[in-house]
Design a protein. Structure first.
Length: 55
């Protein structure tokens, strides 16, 4: 439950959310293997799925 609460707070704070997405797009997305996975996933979906897997 705490993980979902943290994700909710992250998404609700627009400044933090935009900074996080920009960092992820710069650091994670170029290194991603576009042959694997879903091409329709955006940065938020990748973040949530990664956090849920770790949490």
């Amino acid at each position: 439950m705490a993980l979902l609460s943290g994700l909710k707070r992250l998404y609700a704070n627009e400044l933090v959310r935009e900074r996080r997405f920009a960092l992820m797009a710069k650091e994670v997305m170029p290194a991603a293997n576009h042959q694997l996975g879903s091409l329709d996933m955006d940065v938020w979906q990748i973040l949530v799925m990664g956090e849920m897997k770790q949490g």
